[in-house]
Write a protein that binds this ligand. Structure first.
Ligand code: C2E
Ligand code: CA
Ligand code: CA
Length: 756
């Protein structure tokens, strides 16, 4: 390409110079010819026209001389004036006239001059003859004078003719002057034209040379580029044979321990593919990255059609690639456990779902993570989480190497089991994980329990959001259900959850609109054979249906709605209790169920105190039912709150006793008044020896701890008999009364119905 440009340039320059030469010769010839003509014209002027004037002057002088000698002759009678003076002048006149004749030929004015001169000569000769007669005294003086005046007249007659000839010469001089001017004008024009054309050509040539020099310099620089660049450049012919490698390529090969002949190892395996893409498209290059041994290259592949050649410009981007890989790793991995994180999880799910492949999704949650957090420092918890991650990782791998584990949140892990037949794989995986977790002793002797939720794609959800949502539903269901190892999503579970969601929504509205009602279930003392109080139970009548608190209270508890709902219950129960007491039942005790979340609130005790004050209800008329779990959850603060409540004078009962942790020894530490024996033991106690002995044990324990005992769910007369015999103090159940609305309860109270 470079040579082609140079060749063109040389040709152009030669062409221009040839043109200038031809043009120059033409102009020079023109000028020469005009010069010749000017020279001719000037020479005629100088050699002919201008000297003529001198001849005119000479003629005039000579005629005057002739005349003067004639008069001197007349005056002096000296013939010498004629023979010497006049004759000499007359000869000179003749020479002058001959010259004029040469110039003018037979010009009439000159002919007239010649004739007059001839007459003068004749008159002069006659005058001389007359004068010579003087010696003889025969001179005719009158004639002499006439002869003299005639000759003078003739000579004078010549003057206008000389003037006429002068005019002719003047005309000739002016004409040749004009001719010279014209010729000079053309010469000048040619010279100016030549100068202008030469100037324009010189400018164009200079410009071309400048462009040529510039392009030459650029070409030189470009030709140096491959040698000087620190980046490898490789040229290939059409058959991909290496035709050139630059020094940087050789250095790179040396660094890789290869010789210069091994340059083809630096080519990507996908070269043919990139080349055909370039040839198919209308752009002549492509950019891509690839790796050779440990080096990552950014390659620019150029197709040079005029040279039938491929050029590869390589840049070593290993450092950037490494940094990018590190950033990428950080972006897609959990910083502590180095497991793939939630973003990777989502990406993998999206690509798996787009291919339509089947998989099972699982979310694993560390149970009671908040308690774990409050039990140790951040670093200790991080350590425990790392240990859990390691156990999960190993178990997943041992179960099936294709299982992928992700760490998607502080307390959440996720597993993706590709191509799995849902249930059996899940069963064995959960079993293996639980077994390994039980066998592992974690830092700080942390007791680790896990909840699992699973869903299968696409049976349980055909979008990523759906499948994750359903897996979480299964996880929540598993977490809220005691003694459940894991839950696999099912349509039933889905329905349940969607019902729960709509219930939650309706519950919020019901709370705002004060749709809830409080029922009272009377409690009966076996000792005093009297009604001693009532448990407040919430009722929700929605669209002609009663919705059980057993369904919506746990929901409210999980969603946090229990806080405003619990406040409303306590407030309303206390207001009603005050009304009932004021009806004349000063010893009536109203028991209100308190959910664990409500109890755990730091302002709970203060709230109770405020409510009591607000309604003027004596504290002893209020009993709070809490579950075993409440006590177990947060011991120090719980004991504190229990003592504060006790100090207020409020009664404290443990609800559903026997179903929780059943660690009887802990009871001693708490200022409890009453144990409520769970109805699950009471229900079959008259038929079932085991239940009977559980009830008996609880009663014995309570008696020992000087606690009041109340049996719940008492429906049968036999149960009453047994309980009485065992030493139980109080009963509550359908046998005595179902929960009653406010009006009925007031009526029931008045009737003071007693046990038959
Ligand atoms: P719980 O505190 O154990 O309440 C006793 C439950 O047993 C009540 O069910 C009551 O209607 C029922 N029951 C009473 N006697 C008998 C009987 O002889 N036989 C049978 N089969 N059942 C009997 P309910 O009202 O459906 O309440 C269920 C649970 O809902 C309660 O269990 C309690 O945990 C919760 N709950 C009810 N009302 C409230 C409330 O106002 N606040 C809070 N936090 N929880 C409440
Ligand atoms: Ca209760
Ligand atoms: Ca109960």
């Amino acid at each position: 390409m470079i040579d082609v440009t140079a060749g063109k340039m040389v040709f152009r320059i030669k062409l221009v110079f040839t043109f200038i030469l031809i043009f120059g010769i033409a102009i020079a010839s023109g000028i020469f010819l005009f010069g010749e003509r000017i020279s001719q014209s000037t020479s005629a002027l100088v050699h002919q026209d201008v000297p003529i004037y001198q001849q005119f002057q000479n003629l005039r002088n000579q005629l005057t001389e002739q005349e003067r000698y004639l008069y001197l002759y007349y005056a002096s009678f000296n013939q010498g004036h004629y023979t010497n003076g006049f004759q000499a002048a007359q000869l000179e006149t003749r020479v002058t006239l001959e010259k004029l004749q040469d110039h003018f030929g037979n010009q009439p004015a000159l002919v007239a001059i010649l004739e007059n001169q001839q007459r003068v000569l004749v008159l002069a000769a006659e005058f001389d003859k007359n004068m010579q007669l003087r010696e003889l005294n025969q001179t005719d003086w009158d004639l002499a004078r006439t002869q003299l005046s005639d000759s003078t007249l003739s000579m004078r007659t010549i003057a206008p003719h000389i003037a006429e000839l002068t005019e002719i010469v003047n005309g000739q001089v002016v004409a040749s002057q004009k001719k010279i001017d014209e010729q000079l004008f053309w010469v000048n024009s040619f010279v100016i034209l030549y100068a202008l054309v030469s100037l324009v050509i010189a400018f164009l040539v200079a410009r071309s040379i400048r462009a040529y020099l510039d392009s030459n310099a650029l070409n030189q620089r470009l030709s140096l580029f491959p040698k000087r660049t620190p980046n490898p450049i490789i040229s290939l012919d059409r058959t991909n044979k290496v035709t050139y490698v630059n020094p940087a390529t050789r250095r790179l090969l040396a660094r890789l321990g290869r010789s210069a002949e091994d340059s083809s190892i630096l080519l990507t395996e996908e070269l043919l593919q990139f080349q055909s893409e370039i040839l198919r498209s209308d752009k002549h290059f492509s950019q891509f990255e690839y790796k050779v041994e440990q080096v990552t290259f950014m390659c620019e592949l150029h197709w040079l059609p005029d040279q039938n050649q491929w050029d590869l410009h390589l840049t070593d981007v290993s450092a950037q690639a490494l940094a990018e890989a590190k950033l990428n790793f950080q972006a897609y991995h959990h910083p502590e456990t180095c497991l793939a994180n939630q973003y990777k999880f989502r990406e993998v799910l999206e690509s798996a779902s787009s291919t339509g492949s089947q998989f099972t999704l699982g979310i694993i949650e560390i149970r009671s993570f908040n308690q774990l957090l409050s039990a140790g420092t951040f670093e200790e918890i991080q350590q425990v989480v790392k240990e859990i991650a390691a156990v999960l990782d190993k178990a997943c791998h041992d179960q099936q190497s294709s299982i992928e584990l992700y760490h998607i949140g502080d307390k959440n892990f996720a597993v993706r089991i590709p191509d799995s037949d849902c249930q059996p794989t899940v069963n064995s995986l959960v079993k293996l994980i639980l077994q390994r977790i039980r066998m592992t002793s974690f830092s700080g002797e942390a007791q680790i329990e896990l909840d699992f939720g699973f869903a299968c794609f696409p049976q349980h959800g055909d979008s990523i959001d759906n499948i994750i949502h359903h897996t979480r539903i299964a996880l929540d269901a598993s977490a809220s259900e005691e003694h459940s190892d894991f839950k696999l999503f099912s349509d039933k579970l889905g329905e349940l959850i969607s019902r729960q969601q709509s219930l939650l929504h309706l519950m919020r509205i019901a709370l705002q609109e004060e749709v809830f009602q409080l029922y009272f279930q009377p409690q009966y003392s076996l000792v005093s054979d009297a009604l001693i109080g009532a448990e407040v139970l919430i009722r929700w009548h929605h669209e002609d249906q009663w919705i059980s608190p057993a369904e919506f209270i746990p929901l409210a508890e999980r969603s946090g709605l229990i806080m405003p709902l619990g406040d409303w219950i306590l407030d309303t129960a206390c207001a009603k209790a005050k009304e009932l007491i004021d009806m004349g039942y000063p010893d009536l005790v109203i028991a209100v169920n308190i959910s664990p979340k409500q109890f755990a609130h730091p302002n709970f005790v203060e709230n109770v105190e405020n409510v009591l004050m607000k309604h003027g209800l004596p504290a002893r008329n209020l009993e709070l039912e809490i579950t075993e779990g409440v006590i177990f959850n947060n011991e120090v603060e719980t004991i504190q709150s229990l003592h504060e409540l006790k100090n207020l004078g409020v009664q404290l009962a443990i609800d559903d006793f026997g179903t929780g942790y059943s660690s009887l020894s802990y009871l001693k530490q708490f200022p409890i008044d009453k144990l409520k024996i769970d109805q699950s033991f009471v229900r079959q106690m008259h038929n079932n020896k085991e239940d009977q002995s559980i009830v008996r044990t609880i009663i014995d324990l309570g008696v020992n701890l000087r606690l009041t005992l109340i049996a719940e769910g008492v429906e049968e007369k036999e149960q009453v008999g047994l309980l009485k015999e065992m030493g139980c103090n109080e009963i509550q159940g359908y046998f005595y009364s179902k929960p009653l609305d406010e009006g009925y309860f007031a009526y029931f109270l008045q009737s003071k119905k007693s046990v038959a």
